[in-house]
Ligand binder design. Structure first.
Ligand SMILES: [Zn+2]
Length: 268
């Protein structure tokens, strides 16, 4: 079936569909597991692009794409903002995934423990939050491991040894391979709130609804008031559309990796 699809894609390219092909193959992976081929999932060369388009067509047609949504919050923990965010999540009965910065967790250990005590998941977002695409392999390894050790010492959440996200979503093929060798799944996202910029709550909500997919891994940040304010409305909209909220780890246990990298785009 993949060979047939490869021929179809090749025919489309010849027929002038190169722009469509280029767009479809530009999509970066939302998830890189230790077993994935980094070149095929990430490279810009033609063979990798062809692999992604054909693989994506098969995955979209053949795999289950449940309406599961994982809210993920990067950075922190921060005083004031993170406890406020936890209050909102608790009130809505939503468990989320927190990609914490090791150095910040060291500074605010009580808040890191509070995140865990509420039933949320904690994962590795490095120790000092550098741009990993500018670091050597040894530095990348040290950042991941030092972040992991701090978070493991504070919380003992198994996910700090299993899930990581590179700061600012910046990485190279080499970064991914270092994470793979350490046994990590690199979790990016399918749905970007854009809340790292200064947005209104309405803009955060509009972005999330616009980029919604099934399954959905949502990128949010821990230190943003607009994000906290947007949450009740966002959660209500997704629930009304039939979504169930889970942690990223739970989503990865329930959905095939290929379905996460080739999700169905939905209007919510
Ligand atoms: Zn970050």
């Amino acid at each position: 079936m993949q060979t047939v699809l490869a021929f179809i894609v090749a025919a489309l390219v010849v027929a002038g569909g190169f722009r469509v092909f280029r767009h479809d193959s530009d999509i970066k992976p939302a998830l890189v597991t230790p077993h994935m081929n980094v070149h095929a999932e990430f490279s810009g060369d033609f063979s990798a692009r062809l692999y992604r388009v054909t693989h994506g067509m098969v995955a979209q047609r053949t795999l289950a794409h449940p309406k599961l949504i994982a809210l993920t919050f990067d950075d922190g923990p921060y005083p004031m903002f993170t406890p406020l965010l936890l209050d909102e999540l608790r009130a809505m009965h939503v468990h989320a995934t927190f990609f914490l910065i090791g150095r910040d967790a060291q500074q605010w250990p009580g808040i890191a423990r509070l995140i865990e005590a509420d039933g949320n998941e904690i994962a590795d977002h490095t120790y000092t939050h550098p741009d990993l695409d500018h670091e050597t392999n040894a530095q990348v390894r040290e950042e991941i491991l030092k972040g992991r050790d701090v978070l493991w010492h504070l919380t003992h959440d198994a996910s700090v040894r299993d899930l990581m996200r590179p700061p600012h979503g910046r990485y190279t093929a080499a970064t991914l391979r270092v994470a793979q060798r350490l046994g990590y799944k690199v979790v990016l996202w399918t749905d970007d709130s854009g809340d790292w910029r200064t947005l209104t709550p309405k803009q955060v909500e509009t972005n999330l609804l616009h980029y919604a997919s099934a399954p959905d891994i949502v990128l949010l940040h821990s230190g943003k008031l607009a994000t906290i304010e947007a949450l009740p409305s966002v959660v209500a909209r997704f629930r009304k559309a039939g979504y169930t909220f889970v942690t990223a780890g739970e989503l990865l246990r329930q959905v095939q990796p290929e379905a996460i990298n080739h999700p169905l785009h939905l209007s919510v």
